[in-house]
Design a protein around this ligand. Sequence first.
Ligand code: 13P
Ligand code: SF4
Length: 360
Amino acid sequence: MTEVQVTSSQERRDAGRLSGSGRFPPVAMPSLDYTDAVARQTAHLYERVKDVIPAIEWPVMAPYVKAINDLKQVRNAVILAHNYQTPEIYHCVADIVGDSLQLAQQAAKADADIIVQCGVHFMAETSKLLNPDKLVLIPDQRAGCSLASSITGADVRLLRERYPGVPVVTYVNTSADVKAESDICCTSSNAVQVVESFGKDTVLLIPDEYLAKYVATKTDVRILAWKGHCEVHERFTAEELLAYKEANPGLEIIAHPECPPEVIEVADFTGSTSGMIKWVKDRKPAKALLVTECSMASNIAAETPGIDFIRPCNLCPHMKRITLPKILDSLVELKDEVTVDPLVADRARAAVERMVNLKS
Ligand code: 13P
Ligand code: SF4
């Protein structure tokens, strides 16, 4: 039983926060008081994050967590959250969490009416491509990505002219425009498999130069790269990691393939965000340093209390645009709606679907 009520039109006018299109009935903004009932009904969720969220912060978060979880039912909405989302989102309101590939796969299976994407814009666009008839929302349309903004569809057309016949693989961290010009997409967890799927000796893997260099170390296929970088991962240096290793005997270093090659060289393991999480959960090292966005260590720490996470903290400013208040606004007001230009949608969808349907 949920406490969020569908309102009359007069009540809607009174509430002053009317929700969008005719397809979905408007709802009023729920109360955000921290009552005894809210404390009781969210206690099991606080239990999940108590090691990473101070008790003093919970009374501010709990009313949002309760309202969002209630509204998901009223709206028949599903929340997809990337591994970089903050613990109160990742552990307390998300229905599905994962890396880019897992989120794309789950988006393809979603049977809700509304998808709320807690991640960055290219992830929401991918969900929209795979769910053209669903309402896809992102709590802040401005959540971009330095890789996605490093290349345009026109750039890919020029690359095709320059390298005729060479297959174009684009990382999912790109706009629909770029995907539409590509043969297939890939993520950090399947890039080697995708590159090898053509059976050709040369492939363009764009736009992440460091992912391309990493993949080149794992395959005999000749990889042509673009000079895009992730603004979070490019900041890590091998020097700082070696200093952490020296100061922390037994430290295991786990890196994302968006890191520069010299960083990957000093890592004990390299993988996608979910690959990194799995590695830590399986191996349970006494001390671990995740060479990636900060929130991921908090999300794993909440589930694996025995591990000491050493944190050289690099935040993704785009991921951090997504907050509980914005998720609630998104569900109440049905914003920000994610749309894809119909002129590019079919071709972009084909590139994503080829990846999702690739047999592992
Ligand atoms: P994953 O696909 O590994 O989750 O990476 C997405 C991303 O944006 C990393 O910066
Ligand atoms: Fe893009 Fe880097 Fe942020 Fe991932 S961490 S969304 S690649 S800017």
